[in-house]
Design a protein. Sequence first.
Length: 95
Amino acid sequence: MNTQTKLLLRECCNAFGADYDQLLTPARHRELSDARKAFTVMALKHTSLNITQIARCLRRDHSSICHAKVAAKQLIETDKTFARRINQIEQSIIK
């Protein structure tokens, strides 16, 4: 995992109050799953990583990442808090 990817993962953890080490475990707590979803959409948008590479970063399979991508896009449209956190992550990585 390169430095840019690690930075993005940490920003997603910070935005959702998730622990970095817990993010890579099978745990399915809300803050962890939301941070993973956020990382998925941000990595697809701001890095050259493909779905398989993102899955490896999160220790998941590619179908989990496909689902996370769809779920995140729905959350951005329906959950103002999730959308605000995505914007917060984007602002912090653009700096």
